[in-house]
Ligand binder design. Sequence first.
Ligand code: ZN
Length: 153
Amino acid sequence: MDSATFVPGKRKYLFCTDEKGGAILQSIIDQVVDKNLSFEMVFIGKVQFTDLVAWLSEQRMGSYLYIAAHWNQLKAIKQLAEEIGFSEEEAQYIGYGEKEKNVFCGRCHGITTIDTENTEQVEVDCIYCNLRLEISNHYSRLRDAYLGYVAKL
Ligand SMILES: [Zn+2]
């Protein structure tokens, strides 16, 4: 699990998190409250995605964004924040949980999910048709999965 670090001297602090992420950000939130700094907080899951877009879009320069969420969600939210204009210097993204990767089977179109937290797995057996798949770098946004090719035995 990553941890967040407090970045001082910002005009306003933005926290975007869920329950578990809130625990990760707790020490940062405490410091912001202690120092009487300006902040806003939204809970992922309690707001609509479109509301999240609106909230991020209306923030001004000098705001600093903390997002803590499950890896599965973090990727999409990070992408969103970057599209809205938050740079690497203006945000921290903290993921928790298992890092997962979906692999799309070219034969049966089934999706096999693998845990990539510790290993850099390059092959997997399709859980639907047992075909040995080589995990490619080709990511399909449509299927939220990496394309699996027939592994050369
Ligand atoms: Zn398959």
